[in-house]
Design a protein around this ligand. Structure first.
Ligand code: AMP
Ligand code: TRP
Length: 328
């Protein structure tokens, strides 16, 4: 049985990068796989979080997944901290992960910055918790954006270490699925940096909660270059390339085809069409998110039910892992 597991952090607004790089693909996968989608609140606390905001962001991200089309009856949606087995397995896997592997992780280096000694242990161990998330459910496929590729490689290395130690094929090797036309959506203000929740500029990203007017405004203000016409050229025209990629992903078209169609148009015409397309695709999601977040009860019910169903898979698996390791 093929099983999908993926996660998203409840840290602030879901944005277009999350949607095109991850969530839009998650929706499609429900037809072909048994899917588990996790709001990774334990990953979120690897950097400082305001408790009240963390709770409300967890609800908001849940609403975002449901509004985007993830069906909580077919798929499991839950928050990580509710299923204690994630933390327990993470500890066990910590004991199979050499420091040298963690030292290579570029996301840790970026997030820790220059003051490496002040970075917390949780941030360093972040990829091991991610491996635990995946392996706890014996997931076979993991849909993520480009930025998570290295973490997934580490999960695969940990599987190797565990299976070799006990000389059996216990954990399946999880396959990364990096899908869609926009696996790395860039900032609207700088085509060379990733669209992210932590960018100080609101105009750098489109949030899934943005209304039509805000979406239009942000696209019209997006950075351009001075070349005539539109062309797909990641090296020399990162902004044009990013906007074309966003268009292609939203329209489910090939990016080269979109570039060809707009080859003789300037940014201005292209942006008008992109703004209309983005509004048509995103506004219904935003409206549904606002509707769903008007009552906590509905969202809390989804998370409660999801956690029960997740635990029913996770707990027996954790028991068998403990048996293998020799933990009574
Ligand atoms: P995060 O918000 O970091 O928890 O990411 C949740 C999911 O969205 C992961 O699969 C990421 O790879 C994906 N993602 C985040 N930012 C981007 C981006 N700018 N472009 C494409 N995918 C992204
Ligand atoms: N680290 C991922 C991110 O920031 C989120 C995540 C946590 C995840 N656990 C996971 C993704 C397991 C896939 C599978 O995007």
């Amino acid at each position: 049985m093929n099983r999908i597991f993926s996660g998203v952090q409840p840290t602030g607004n879901l944005h277009l990068g999350n949607y095109l790089g991850a969530i839009k693909n998650w929706v499609k996968m429900q037809d072909d796989f048994d899917c588990i989608y996790c709001i990774v609140d334990l990953h979120a606390i690897t950097v400082p979080q305001d408790p009240v905001e963390l709770t409300s962001n967890t609800r908001e991200v849940t609403a975002g997944l449901v509004a985007a089309g993830i069906d909580p009856k077919r798929s499991i949606i839950f928050n990580q901290s509710r299923v204690a087995a994630h933390s327990e397995l993470a500890w066990i896997l910590n004991c199979f992960t050499p420091l040298g592997w963690l030292n290579r992780m570029t996301q840790f280096k970026e997030k820790a910055g220059k003051k490496r000694d002040n970075a917390v242990l949780g941030l360093y161990g972040y990829p091991v918790l991610m491996a635990a998330d995946i392996l706890l459910y014996h997931a076979t496929h993991v849909p993520v954006g480009e930025d998570q590729k290295q973490h997934l490689e580490l999960s695969r290395d940990i599987v190797g270490a565990f299976n070799r130690t006990y000389d059996r094929d216990y954990f399946p090797l999880p396959e990364p699925m990096i899908l869609g036309q926009a696996t790395r959506v860039m900032s609207l203000r700088d085509g060379r940096s990733k669209m992210s929740k932590s960018d100080a500029s609101e105009n750098s990203r489109i949030n899934l909660t943005d209304d039509a007017e805000t979406i239009q405004h942000k696209i019209r203000r997006a950075k351009t270059d001075s070349e005539p016409g539109m062309s797909y050229d990641p090296e020399n025209r990162p902004e044009a390339t990013n906007l074309l990629g966003i268009y292609a992903a939203l329209a489910d078209e090939n990016v080269e085809a979109v570039a060809l169609r707009y080859a003789d148009d300037g940014f201005s015409n292209f942006k008008d069409d992109l703004a209309d397309l983005a509004t048509a695709k995103l506004e219904p999601i935003s409206a549904e998110m606002h509707r769903l977040t008007s009552s906590n009860d509905f969202i809390d019910g989804i998370l409660r039910d999801g956690a029960e169903r997740a635990a029913a898979i996770a707990e027996p698996n954790l028991r068998s892992i403990k048996e293998i390791v020799g933990l009574l």
